[in-house]
Design a protein around this ligand. Structure first.
Ligand code: ADP
Ligand code: ASP
Ligand code: MG
Length: 392
């Protein structure tokens, strides 16, 4: 029997009616003869709501307790979806990440999947049941409950698909991966196909439609990801191994970043302090004579102790309010000066100035004031992905 792993994100199960509609879709697939394993996210904004609740109790909550709290969101949606399937006459059973055999590292809030042992999932699928797994969570070797970082249900889905030898379909509120967030850039077009490297770079740069760790897992295991709309038509983006041909794949916006600037000699100490605050960082090109580190804030739950510790470094600056970045992703984009020049010109045309730049193998990033980012994304998309020059 062919096995499929389908993942439905928060917006797809945001209300009871939507949850019932997802159940109907899953039931139809099961009745068509496929073995179906469903990965669900928490309903709507449930994860944000739980985080806000934690912040009311503690500005810098223990990460272990935060994981205990946040994993409850997916537990609610998995149980409700299972009940909805029973209502529709389809046998189903829900499992937490731990019950489904999602084994992770110990790193609370940013755990990595080390191994998947889906014994119970396999048994129940073989018995004909739809198996529903709570996304975004696992269990560490010390039997601690962990979470995989925001957007981590995608990773649960890919890891389960790899372990089950299944197809992997990721459903959200958009019909695939576009050349930019279609909510920000109305002229964005759906990409029919992206290679793993392009998608990973887009996801790392803030294109939330697929999670970066999920794509990395897919690349390592050779799984193709089909990204579709939950309630739309058959349009999709397939993420798989590609030809590596030079092209611009898209533009991504990261809304919440911090920039840390220190004297170069204080670099190692600043990195230690960031690591102690569970904050990942990357060196970027900031002001001359300074060491500038960019810190994505999505999985950093409290910067108070970091700000305090940085005060001990003379001249250190932490800018954590109102900073973001726009990244142009594509094979070959950092090899020519044009993309960087266009980013600088587009920002200048909006009256802004670059706070820093960064170039990687498949990306060029400009850091800027976050209020300018939507307009900057539209302007750079117009220059690089709508202008006739991109055909040449
Ligand atoms: P889910 O809750 O299903 O996991 P997400 O909110 O994580 O869904 O991701 C879907 C959202 O990603 C879309 O609503 C869209 O606004 C945003 N997005 C950002 N960049 C892109 C892009 N390049 N293509 C499509 N959607 C994008
Ligand atoms: N519910 C989690 C989040 O909001 C995981 C996910 O949606 O993938 O980040
Ligand atoms: Mg998501």
């Amino acid at each position: 029997m062919p096995v499929v792993v389908q993942k439905y994100g928060g917006s797809s199960v945001g209300t009871v009616d939507k949850l019932k509609a997802v159940a109907a879709k899953v039931a139809a697939r099961r009745r068509a003869g496929d073995a179906v394993c469903v990965v669900v996210s928490a309903m709507g904004d449930a994860t944000d709501d739980l985080l806000a609740l934690a912040k009311q109790v503690s500005p810098d909550p223990p990460r272990r307790e935060l994981d205990m709290l946040l994993t409850a969101g997916e537990r609610v949606s998995m149980a409700l979806l299972s009940m909805a399937l029973h209502e529709q006459g389809v046998e189903a059973i829900s499992f937490t990440g731990s019950q489904a055999g999602i084994l992770t590292s110990e790193a609370h809030a940013t755990a990595r999947i080390l191994e998947v042992r889906p014994t119970r999932v396999r048994e129940e699928l073989a018995g004909g049941k739809v198996v529903i797994v709570a996304g975004f969570q696992g269990v560490s070797p010390r039997k601690e409950i962990t979470t995989l970082g925001r957007g981590g249900s995608d990773t649960t889905a890919v890891a389960l698909a790899a372990a089950l030898g299944a197809a992997c379909e990721i459903y959200s509120d958009v019909a695939g991966v576009f050349t930019a967030d279609p909510r920000v850039v109305p002229a964005a077009r759906r990409q029919a196909e992206l290679c793993y490297e392009e998608m990973q770079a887009l996801a790392r740069a803030g294109a939330k439609v697929l999670n970066a760790q999920a794509v990395e897992f897919a690349r390592a295991t050779g799984i193709a990801i089909h990204a579709r709309s939950s309630f739309g038509g058959p349009e999709e983006t397939v993420v798989r191994a590609g030809s590596g041909a030079a092209r611009i794949a898209g533009v991504a916006v990261e809304k919440a970043l911090a920039l840390v600037s220190v004297a170069p000699a204080d670099g190692p100490r600043a990195r230690q302090l960031l690591a102690a605050a569970h904050a990942p960082c990357a060196e970027v090109e900031g002001a001359a004579g300074r060491l500038t580190l960019a810190v994505p804030l999505e999985n950093v739950h409290g910067l108070g102790p970091l700000a305090e510790a940085l005060r001990a470094l003379p001249g250190a600056a932490l800018d954590a309010e109102g900073i973001g970045a726009v990244t142009v992703v594509g094979t070959g984009v950092s090899a020519t000066p044009r993309v960087r020049q266009e980013l600088a010109a587009a920002l200048a045309a909006l009256g802004g100035r670059p706070l820093a730049f960064e170039a990687g193998p498949l990306e060029v990033t400009v850091y800027a004031e976050s209020g300018l980012l939507p307009a900057l994304a539209r302007e750079i998309h117009r220059r690089l992905l709508e202008a006739p020059a991109q055909e040449g």
